[in-house]
Design a protein around this ligand. Structure first.
Ligand code: FAD
Ligand code: 2HG
Ligand code: ZN
Length: 479
């Protein structure tokens, strides 16, 4: 007998559609799908469904809809906000996209890739790269996060500063709606003003409006020259001034511009094997800057050297190292990409993925640091992030030796303290990770009134039974 709360007739019908390996019910098989990357949420599910294509997905969703079974779409399960984790009732099924993993076409005339939702971002990037093209979205979780997941969350990451968020890359999209109908928007058009842009409604909806099954993603010519440097700076303001200096020379050359605080860098150096600081001495803060161009000439090198040369003379940068080979470049990026992992190893942490206008970043970091240190003595304030987009991961790591559970019990106090400063500076409480289940409680005060009402009406129109990823993004109606 399968261990599931699904009615036997529904279970059998799902096995009929998806095959025995497409319906997991054994707790040993389903457990990993019910815990988030941060291990903050531990849910239960009636089954994990693994459709291999849109048709199977649509049939399975229609059946769940008919039986009133909640559905939780899941891609690589790397959500930072518990977005892909079911609740503890055990009523929901997780619908995993990992078996929908075909790359269909790469179109050199239109510069697009047609791809299934379950293809990992890394596999899609590699396929583009093998054909001299670039899929211009890069996040540290790209080995697991998939195309459906990055679109459903409107992921940002390291190259947003140049190419925009996932939303900007989605030319076409296919999705299974909560009742099992297929919304086919797989157009490759750069111009198409024919009514509401439904694909953009699905992008960033975090699995609450449907399951994305395929997409047409815009590509770019692959860079043929790159220059990467790690710079020591005295302050966030110096980092911003350096950004302005590069932007003044050639904004289109900036491929990534990442900020790391001294505290967050020290955690990486201390907790990640092979991550050593390639500079003379630790600094208050660091910038990782990458320039890239499809041109093969050496003009980027002189741009990098000119800007950094002046910045060193003016004291804007106090030390810098330029990557002289691809392996050195990768070592510099490893230091940045291991930030999330290092903070996980440092104990309990509270994440504030916020954005503010660029000019407000120094004031934000200073005020939020003071407020958090006053709230919890000994707290380790470890901000880093995509400073070129105004997006700081203002992360708070528990005091050394403190009880992790006691620290996490104060998560709302910390999040609200940071959020109120963000609000005063005209920012957002969630820049790129989304709302998930972690931040639904913040929606009424941040997005209340007509905005939240419009969101609820859209949800009710497409999912009147509230079956698609219930409890995510939108708070309960009485909130
Ligand atoms: P999941 O975690 O499986 O799901 C995320 C949400 O999307 C859930 O609400 C889920 O229900 C929904 N969903 C998933 N697939 C579908 C689908 N096919 N159709 C509809 N809904 C779906 N995020 C950034 O933006 N920038 C970063 O730089 C970044 N770096 C990260 C680094 C690390 C180490 C980690 C662990 C996470 C990072 N993230 C980052 C967060 C996360 O990786 C992104 O949100 C990513 O887009 C999630 O993709 P996923 O496939 O893992 O989705
Ligand atoms: C990154 O930029 C991710 O590395 C993760 O968005 C951020 O750990 C975090 O808070
Ligand atoms: Zn990020």
């Amino acid at each position: 007998m399968p261990q599931t709360s699904l009615p036997p007739s529904l279970h059998d019908a799902l096995v009929q559609i998806l095959g025995p390996s497409g319906v997991l019910t054994n707790p040993a098989d389903t457990e990993a799908f019910c815990v988030d990357w941060r291990a903050l949420y531990h849910g239960h599910c009636a089954a994990v469904l693994r459709p291999a294509n849109t048709e199977e997905c649509a049939k399975a969703v229609a059946l769940c809809h008919a039986h009133n079974v909640p559905m939780v779409p899941q891609g690589g399960n790397t959500s930072m906000v518990g977005g892909a984790t079911p609740d503890s009732s055990g009523r929901a099924v997780v619908i995993s996209t990992t078996r929908m993993n075909q790359i269909h076409t790469i179109d050199h005339a239109d510069l697009t890739m047609t791809v299934d939702a379950g293809v990992t971002l890394k596999a899609a990037q590699d396929a583009a790269s093998a054909q001299g093209l670039l899929l211009p979205l890069s996040i540290s979780s790209e080995g697991s996060a998939d195309i459906g997941g990055i679109l459903a969350t409107n992921a940002g990451g390291n190259n947003t500063v140049r190419y925009g968020n996932a939303r900007e890359l989605a030319l076409g999209l296919q999705a299974v709606l909560p009742d099992g109908n297929v919304l086919n928007l797989m157009r490759k058009l750069r111009k198409d003003n024919t009514g509401y842009a439904l694909r953009q409604l699905l992008v960033g909806s975090e699995g609450t409006l449907g399951i994305i099954t395929q997409a047409v993603i815009q590509l770019q010519p692959a860079p043929r020259s790159r220059e990467t440097a790690l710079c020591a700076v005295e302050s966030p303001q110096a980092a911003l001034n350096l950004f302005a200096a590069f932007r003044k020379q050639d904004p289109s050359a900036i491929h990534a511009f990442e900020f790391m605080s001294g505290t967050s860098m020290a955690l990486v150096n201390g907790l990640i094997d092979g991550a050593t600081l390639p500079l003379e001495a630790p600094a208050p803060a660091y910038v990782l800057v990458e320039l890239a161009s499809p041109r093969a000439d050496d003009s980027l090198r002189s741009l990098m050297e000119d800007v950094l040369g002046s910045a060193l003379e003016d004291g804007l940068v106090t030390d810098a190292v330029l990557a002289e080979s691809e392996s050195q470049r990768q070592s510099l990026w490893m230091i940045r990409e291991e930030h999330a992992e290092a903070q996980k190893r440092a104990g309990a942490s509270v994440k504030n993925d916020v954005s503010v206008p660029l000019a407000a970043i120094p004031e934000f970091i200073e005020a939020a640091t003071k407020a958090c240190e006053a709230l919890i003595p000994g707290i380790r304030v470890a901000p880093f992030g995509h400073i070129g987009d105004g997006n700081i991961h203002f992360n708070l790591v528990q005091p050394e030796g403190a009880d992790p559970a006691a620290f996490l019990a104060q998560d709302h106090a910390m999040m609200d303290t940071v959020a109120e400063i963000v609000r005063k500076l005209g920012g957002s409480f969630s820049a790129e990770h989304g709302v998930g289940q972690l931040k639904t409680y913040m929606m009424p005060s941040w997005r209340g009134g007509a905005e939240l009402q419009a969101m609820r009406r859209i949800k009710a129109a497409l999912d009147p039974q509230d079956l698609m990823n219930p409890g995510k993004v939108l708070p309960p109606a009485q909130a």
